[in-house]
Ligand binder design. Structure first.
Ligand code: HEC
Length: 162
């Protein structure tokens, strides 16, 4: 027995499908990107590129100079720097150097002490350049604090309150 609208059924089914497809398309436009991203696998790290950039950064770091200071060692970057870095960071950190202050004679004594007791080798012709560098850039600080006021020299005056 035929029900009413039976001949409309194929059209209704097609319409229903079309509406579903439309809804799906709208949904996809709205949140499709997020849904796809949810199923995205994290990409494996590109180790070669990472290593290359790290190596360049490290190489730049080793030679970086900022405000006249060689950043990696903390040594003042000036004439003699290369010899001092090459010689004086072989056994210990450059901090031992940068934290010390001495005259040329004082530095010479420290070098002799290291030669006698710590196995520092004869510096040969480099010694002069090293001592000049140290004496110039790591000299004792002459004025540690403000000089005392010279009370006698001050011209006092009477404060007139009228
Ligand atoms: C053969 C290894 C060696 C070399 C190279 C070397 N030192 Fe040293 N130095 C030492 C040792 C070991 C000490 C003692 C470290 C400690 O006490 O921890 C020392 C200590 C020092 C100190 C501290 C001294 C103190 O009285 O505390 C200074 C400053 C110093 N060295 C400067 C230099 C300078 C400048 C050079 C480059 C000319 C240099 N060192 C090269 C081994 C060396």
């Amino acid at each position: 027995m035929r029900e009413p609208f039976d001949n409309l059924r194929p059209i209704l089914v097609t319409l229903n499908l079309s509406v579903l497809v439309l809804i799906f398309c709208f949904g996809y436009l709205l949140i499709g990107d997020q849904v796809v991203a949810m199923f995205d696998q994290p990409k494996p790290m590109d180790m070669d590129a990472y290593r290359a950039s790290a190596a360049t950064a490290a190489a730049e770091d080793v030679d970086r100079i900022e405000n006249g200071i060689h950043v990696q060692s903390g040594l003042i970057y000036a004439e003699g720097f290369d010899i001092v870095r090459g010689t004086c960071t072989a056994c210990h950190s450059a901090k031992l150097v940068t934290q010390n202050r001495a005259t040329r004679e004082g530095w010479e004594q420290m070098i002799r002490w290291m030669q006698e007791t710590q196995g520092l080798w004869d510096l040969g012709k480099n010694e002069d350049a090293i001592l000049s560098y140290l004496a110039q850039h790591y000299a004792p600080e002459e004025v540690g604090r403000r000089a005392n006021l010279d009370v006698e020299a001050i011209e006092w005056y009477v404060l007139d309150l009228e």
